[in-house]
Design a protein around this ligand. Structure first.
Ligand code: GLP
Length: 261
């Protein structure tokens, strides 16, 4: 895992967007794995800027979102379909046919989950997966206890997550209890992973993910098994890392390091 600590949220957004843009520039028909939540908003803003000002072209790009709330229709403002449309898709030149967000309203979840996995495979797999992290260490909606080999499926939300996400709903009771999410196993198959974290409320989960044991207790710790994962953290989110000094040292020495590939 590469740990990159930036001063501000804006720096985290720009640096992570650069990784995504580089993937698209090297492979115009790249497959992106996308996340929701407040954390990737800055990254999406930067991708939109790159599209408008530097011609970043999404016309052949495909996207697969991590998750969706069960029961919310795509036109519900709290749905992840709606979030992605408002915060990214409507601002770029992506072909709607290449956009995939798990369905929260299918009448056959097992069949849909299988279809979603097959569709990712059909497109050649995910080139770069963007992740946030929940305060309980979840990635997507893979809550504590999720199998580290799990695939796309229904997941019951943790009370902590319901509380955390209640800010987006009128009342906490409106937060759905179930979600449909890519599994940890699905996420680990991405070629490259970038995880973003911002704020002190993520510091514990980040430290568990990076320096804790690999454990279903903190789903993000499974990323320790992935060979191409970069974490972009702001100062607050990095606040509980014990090996902070070494991570900074690595970044400082990076320009002189021998080529690895
Ligand atoms: C939700 C999403 C996650 C996201 C998390 C953190 O639960 N399912 O993919 O990482 O929220 O959200 P935020 O970035 O708003 O803290």
């Amino acid at each position: 895992m590469e740990v990159v600590i930036k001063k501000t949220y804006e720096d985290v957004s720009v640096a992570s967007a650069r990784v995504v843009a580089e993937v698209i520039n090297n492979k115009p028909d790249a497959v992106l794995g996308l996340a929701t939540g407040s954390t990737p908003l800055g990254l999406y803003k930067e991708l939109i800027r790159l599209h408008h000002e530097e011609g970043l072209d999404f016309s052949h790009v495909s996207t697969f979102n991590l998750d969706e709330y069960v029961g919310l229709k795509p036109d519900n403002p709290q749905s992840y379909h709606y979030f992605m449309h408002e915060n990214l898709f409507k601002h770029i030149n992506i072909d709607p046919q290449n956009v995939h967000v798990p369905s929260g309203t299918t009448n056959n979840y097992p069949a849909f989950c299988e279809w979603y996995e097959d569709r990712i495979e059909e497109r050649g797999g995910i080139d770069v997966q963007v992740l946030g992290i929940g305060s309980d260490g979840h990635i997507g909606f893979n809550e504590p206890g999720s199998s580290l080999g799990s695939r796309t499926r229904i997941k019951t939300l943790n009370k902590q997550t319901i509380e955390d996400n209640a800010r987006f709903f009128d009342k906490p009771e409106d937060v759905p209890v179930y979600s449909i999410t890519m599994g940890v196993g699905t996420i680990l198959e991405a070629e490259r992973i970038v995880l973003l974290a911002n704020g002190a409320n993520k510091a514990r989960a980040v430290a568990d993910a990076v320096e804790g044991p690999v454990s279903a207790r903190c789903a993000a710790s499974a990323l320790q098994m992935h060979p191409e994962t970069t974490l972009f953290l702001n100062e607050d989110a990095a606040g509980k890392l014990e090996m902070r000094e070494y991570y900074d040292w690595i970044q400082e020495k990076k320009p002189g390091a021998p080529e690895t590939a």
